[in-house]
Design a protein around this ligand. Sequence first.
Ligand code: NAD
Length: 253
Amino acid sequence: MLPFEGQVVVITGGAGAIGLATAHLLGEQGARIALWDANAAALENAIAELSGRGVQCTSHAGDLSDESQVETALAAALTAYGRVDMLVTSVGVSPREDAISQKLSTWQRSLDVNMTSIFLASRAVVREMIERGIKGRIVHLGSIMGLSGGGLYPNLAYHATKGALVNMTRAMACEWADHGVRVNSVAPTWVDTPFIGALKADAEAMQRISEVTPLGRLATPDEVAHSIAFLLSSHSAMITGHTLPVDGGFLAK
Ligand SMILES: NC(=O)c1ccc[n+]([C@@H]2O[C@H](COP(=O)([O-])OP(=O)(O)OC[C@H]3O[C@@H](n4cnc5c(N)ncnc54)[C@H](O)[C@@H]3O)[C@@H](O)[C@H]2O)c1
């Protein structure tokens, strides 16, 4: 029997690199997948890839900081599968701007995507889990920048929202533990995805990343996906409210 046989996972930001790597890994291990993302074209490709490998999957395209989109997406997942066992929130934006020149609209958008969308998806999914008596599991995508105030460049909106996610994880874990729902986060270092496309094109930035990372390299989406799978699995049954760095030693320095 596969570890996630028959279980249903919603992955927000599921058409992105880490979300999709997680979908592939969980799909290989028997999960049925619902991918939610704002990027309709990327979602279409993702669904084609997963279906081609025999993974059962559905999708919803929409802005997940919009409450009605989240509710519509959940209704569609429940129609398709009748239940949700796991949630992975992998949406994210990183404006990489200094605070003094940042516009209020950019700051607000960071809060909407990096915090509000996570609240909305978690609330919607957990209500269903509790109503159906499902001992669900949630993993959020944080960042080393949620556990550190410094990086390669000023990025206050990202530091603030990823820092908030650490405590959202703890508070959700405490609030929902009585229902048997576990909530954890992973906090990756820089991961080799289009999210850091601008950095990858900058040789000096890549050199700095290898200098500040004891293991000296970027993480891969697969490495992050395996950590997420651990936190969703029965191997982590006694872990909740935790943020697990997947950081090549960045935070150990
Ligand atoms: N790549 C990295 O270096 C890195 C490092 C640490 C943490 N993270 C975090 O991991 C997560 C995933 O990163 P990734 O590298 O896969 O990035 P990605 O850009 O490939 O994926 C993010 C996905 O989120 C979707 N999205 C953004 N805003 C949305 C919204 N409002 N509604 C619906 N979908 C929306 C995008 O369409 C995209 O598909 C993010 O939360 C990011 O902050 C990434």
